[in-house]
Ligand binder design. Structure first.
Ligand code: UDP
Ligand code: MG
Length: 153
């Protein structure tokens, strides 16, 4: 089954809203495969945001992401990357659709609540970057029959 990667950004840790994000993915039916708290550093953020290295805000976004510890999570489900991306909402929280996480919790482009992988290739790369294999768990929740039809699995 597909896995995707999420960072609950410093702003949500500071605001005491970590649980609100986790709750949404749990209630959607995604399985939490791994989760940890960490303080990101410039080196790993330079890799993570490599696609933005020529943007004027590159230094600023990296600084904001290491302002305090963040929560890293790996979620699993059928088409998990697209499902989580849809739930995340557009980059600008002010124009993100209500009902999405950014649309419901944010007012900013930079301080936009969470990161989520934007493709299956990016998800694999990001999970490998931020998690060791032994930090991901393959436990069963025996819920598949209630969450999916047989031909969706
Ligand atoms: N960002 C920013 N200013 C911009 C565009 C992006 O500060 O004009 C930040 C924002 O926090 C965003 C992150 O850089 O989440 C990564 O940008 P990306 O284009 O990958 O957006 P995302 O995939 O997070 O929606
Ligand atoms: Mg992105």
């Amino acid at each position: 089954m597909e896995k995707t990667f999420v960072i609950i950004k410093p702003g949500m840790v500071q605001r005491g809203l970590i649980g609100e994000v986790i709750k949404r993915f749990e209630q959607k039916g995604l399985r939490l495969a791994g989760m940890k708290m960490t303080l990101l550093n410039d080196e790993i953020l330079t890799q993570h945001y490599a696609h933005l290295k020529d943007k004027p805000f590159f230094g600023q976004i990296k600084q904001s992401m290491c302002a305090c510890p963040v929560i890293l999570c790996c979620w699993e489900g059928v088409e998990a990357v697209q499902v989580v991306r849809n739930m995340t909402g557009s980059t600008n929280s002010r124009s993100a659709v209500p009902g999405t996480i950014r649309g419901d919790f944010g007012m900013s482009v930079q301080e936009n609540i969470i990161h989520s992988s934007d493709s299956t290739e990016a998800a694999i790369e990001e999970i490998n970057r931020f998690f060791l294999p032994e930090e991901l768990y393959d436990y069963s929740m025996n819920l598949s029959a209630y969450l999916y039809a047989d031909d969706e699995l």
